[in-house]
Write a protein that binds this ligand. Structure first.
Ligand code: TNX
Length: 552
């Protein structure tokens, strides 16, 4: 993708708006004379939903029941009411107010009370039955009020994301940009909704190409819009080390100095990382940090050569690795030395420092594609690292190869190609599913996609949508599947515009795989609903792939 793709996307949005304007305010037969002043820009008119059954929600909810009667209208006097004395729920209300103010210009005052509320309010309430679970919500719309009921603040948050998608697309715009005066109405009815899987994730590889804090936050925005709750950051690889570690400063001085193709690289300071974590937390997204080891570790070894088994580090395809960080895209050649105590001191320091700044319960140790060690050396390494991870009170996650080691019962193996995932499953480990041929966001959509790889095949939108995490791996029951994650590896992806092109619309498809019950999920319905999201993406400045499988 060209670096100016985002600008192009924005231009596309304003062109669409101009075309709409032109179509709306000029009769086809109107004479065009030079003397006439140009028509004044008219408000964009995008019709609100006429009936709740016509919704375009992604992921599709568990149940939608339309009611009769007049819709609820956002007006200059609409208020938002949150539960008294719950800071997290109050924050959800504040964020909802901010989002609605931006496009409408109305005030949306937020107040905290558990008492009955006046007409014209959007009410967030904690409560409801156990069937809503930790993340579910029950949304009711009638002429006088909107109520979102949930057992937790996370559930309230997902209810507000549903509300957002029920409003016309220009709710995503600045009022000043759009001069939007469409009726902000939502048709009456009820939505009861809760996720199928607990882990619904995306992964961003910030090691092959570095992405700034702001770009990571933009990615978190997309994750949250589609009710995903996890962002896995691949923070180290052969081509770079991206997180400040005070006890091993060369990791970022050397390891953060470049990226694939020799670009400038970069890294997150501890403050940067804290701000990513906070931004994610505010959107009920858990950050899962990954330090990939023992392979994919040349970024660390180039910074501290004593972490490798021999000096200089064995190079790709024989020979020796030249000093410095590797900027090619081969995999599997590097390894931390499993027989060296300094390596375990290093791992302990890194896990300790990262765990201390990660509120989420997980630490991902990588563990994939090890070609430089024997199976015995590999298993020994993973078992020692696993002890370190649990010493710092984190749950270990690793790519499926960790199934070759003895795993603790709570360790999670991330399936990506299937063969060793079953070894982990047979030991009682839970599986996180990221089948490359379905869920890898770095696979090309078609042979003519400019970016991406194709070793797992081409992954068009329907391919990423049409699979079931429980029947995908034979013999693995639903309770052993913790969820689904879509990784974006960035060997070929150089900037956020390009990243979004690979992520959207496949990530929303994966979100539906992870959230929506199998009995509700339907490709025909999804391809219609997702089409209605394109105007949102354009207004949000999000680049996307206009898959020919969708009538946009
Ligand atoms: C395999 S998937 C890898 C990554 C590459 C990716 C490219 C996995 C655990 N390892 O190192 O970036 O393929 O598609």
């Amino acid at each position: 993708m060209p670096r100016n793709g985002l600008a192009a996307a924005r231009l596309g949005a304003s062109l669409t708006i101009s075309v709409l304007l032109a179509a709306a305010c000029r009769p086809a037969s109107a004479p065009q004379t030079a003397a006439k002043p140009a028509p004044r820009p008219q408000p964009i008119r995008m019709a609100p939903l006429a009936n709740l059954n016509a919704h375009h929600l992604v992921p599709a909810p568990v149940s939608v029941t339309a009611a009769t009667g007049a819709p609820f209208a956002l007006t200059a006097t609409t208020t938002i009411v949150v539960p008294a004395n719950n800071a997290d729920a109050a924050r959800v209300g504040d964020e909802l107010a901010k989002m609605l103010r931006r496009a409408t210009g109305y005030r949306f005052p937020v107040s905290g009370t558990d008492a009955p509320v006046p007409n014209g309010s959007i009410v967030l309430r904690l409560g409801g039955g156990g069937e809503l679970g930790n993340e579910g919500y029950d949304l009711t719309v009638d002429t006088t009020a909107i109520q979102i009921l949930a057992g937790t603040p996370a559930g309230l948050f997902y209810g507000t994301q549903t509300l957002r998608q029920l409003l016309p697309a220009p709710i995503e715009a600045e009022q000043s940009e759009t001069r939007m005066v469409t009726a902000w109405t939502i048709p009456p009815g009820r939505i009861i909704d809760h996720p199928r899987f607990a882990w619904r994730g995306a992964m961003l590889d910030v090691a092959r190409h570095f992405f700034t804090v702001d770009e990571v936050k933009q990615t978190i925005d997309l994750v949250a819009l589609y009710k995903l709750n996890t962002l896995h950051l691949h923070l180290s690889d052969d081509q770079g080390w991206r997180i400040q570690i005070d006890s091993w400063p060369n990791l970022t001085i050397v390891g953060g100095s470049t990226e694939v193709g020799g670009g400038p690289g970069g890294f997150y300071t501890k403050q940067d990382y804290a701000s990513i974590v906070k931004y994610a937390q505010d959107r009920f997204v858990t950050i899962v940090p990954e330090i990939d080891m023992p392979a994919h570790s040349n970024g660390a070894i180039a910074s501290y050569p004593q972490l490798g088994c021999s000096k200089p580090t064995p190079g790709v395809y024989g020979g020796t690795q030249p000093p410095g960080v590797y900027t090619g895209i081969a995999v599997g050649f590097s390894s931390l030395c499993p027989d060296s105590e300094v390596v375990y001191k290093f791992v302990d320091d890194v896990v300790r420092e990262i765990s201390a700044m990660t509120p989420g319960p997980y630490f991902h140790v990588g563990g994939d594609e090890v070609e430089a060690l024997t199976n015995e050396q590999y298993a020994h390494f993973v078992e020692r690292v696993q002890d370190i991870v649990y010493k710092y009170n984190k749950t270990m996650v690793g790519w499926e190869e960790i199934g070759k080691a003895r795993l603790r019962p709570t360790t999670i193996a991330q399936q990506w190609k299937s063969d060793s995932a079953l070894l982990a499953f047979k030991q009682g480990a839970k599986l996180l599913l990221s089948p490359a041929s379905k869920a890898y966001l770095d696979m090309k959509y078609t042979p003519s996609t400019e970016l991406g790889l194709d070793w797992a095949g081409f992954v068009e939108l329907r391919t990423s949508y049409d699979w079931d995490p429980v029947t995908y791996l034979q013999g693995v029951p639903e309770q052993s599947v913790v969820g689904v994650e879509a990784p974006l590896w960035t060997e070929t992806v150089k900037n956020i515009t390009a990243a979004q092109y690979m992520i959207v619309p496949r990530l929303p498809a994966i979100a539906e795989v992870a959230w929506t019950p199998a009995s509700v999920k339907s490709w025909d319905s999804f391809r219609t609903r997702i089409a209605a999201h394109a105007p949102r993406w354009r207004l949000l400045g999000v680049n996307y792939y206009p898959s020919p499988e969708v009538a946009w």
